[in-house]
Design a binder for this molecule. Structure first.
Ligand SMILES: [Zn+2]
Length: 228
């Protein structure tokens, strides 16, 4: 065999060996590359997997919060303005005696300003059974509700409680030579009547014996004009 030919055969074997090694290296690198991408992919998947978990957790937290939020927004008590449930009172404008004489009837003036008493059974509200509000005839402050009015048989409108305890004031008088508890409008001092301890025992036990002339009745469901 010629030397050149023998040498060529060695080169071919060497080239083949190098080719195999190169292929092995390439495959090995590819494996490494796959591993790297695989890990990255796995890492990416982990990230992706964590996100929905967080989202679910957030969603469940949101679900937990949502009813509270929605309950808070629709809670009628929480949203209700406490002032809306209160009876609206007209603005107080104190009137002089001449102004009161012009604004009130004779009996209204005598009762509210001079503590007079109107006759039993001959007054406008003693037998009034309508639902509504009794206001001070002088200043319009709410005094009594039809809900506490009851049949006393005295001939005067009788109630077992004022609509608000601080809407009426009390003082002792001796007009009949024995002490009685006089009741007046807390805001304008108009005389209203007297209170006694012989009211219905299943309520307060009080009898607020009022003069119709000291009050103006406003029927429920009808418009009120406090400036009348
Ligand atoms: Zn008044």
């Amino acid at each position: 065999m010629p030397i050149v030919s023998k040498f060529r055969k060695r080169r071919i074997r060497l080239a083949a060996f190098l080719s195999v090694c190169g292929a092995a290296i390439v495959i090995g690198q590819a494996g490494d590359i796959r591993r790297v991408f695989g890990q990255e992919g796995k890492t990416a998947n982990s990230e992706t997997a964590r996100d929905p978990a967080d989202q679910n957790r957030s969603a469940s937290q949101d679900k937990t919060r949502a009813p509270e939020d929605s309950r808070a927004s629709v809670d009628p008590v929480a949203d209700q303005d406490p002032d809306e449930t209160k009876i609206k009172e007209p603005e107080f404008r104190r009137k002089s005696k001449p102004q009161l004489k012009r604004a009130l009837t004779s009996i209204e003036f005598k009762v509210t300003q001079n503590a007079d008493t109107e006759p039993a059974f001959r007054n406008r509200y003693w037998n009034n059974k309508k639902d509504g509000l009794y206001r001070c005839v002088v200043c319009g402050l709410s005094l009594f509700s039809s809900e506490t009015k009851y049949k006393s048989g005295t001939g005067w409108p009788s109630f077992w409680a004022p609509i608000e305890e601080d809407h009426v004031g009390y003082k002792t008088d001796y007009f009949l030579f024995y002490p009685r508890t006089e009741v007046h409008c807390k805001r304008c001092s108009a005389h209203l009547g007297h209170v006694f301890d012989d009211g219905p025992t299943d309520t307060t036990g009080k009898r607020f014996c009022m003069n119709s002339a000291a009050m103006k009745f406003y029927e429920s469901g009808k418009e009120n004009d406090f400036d009348e």
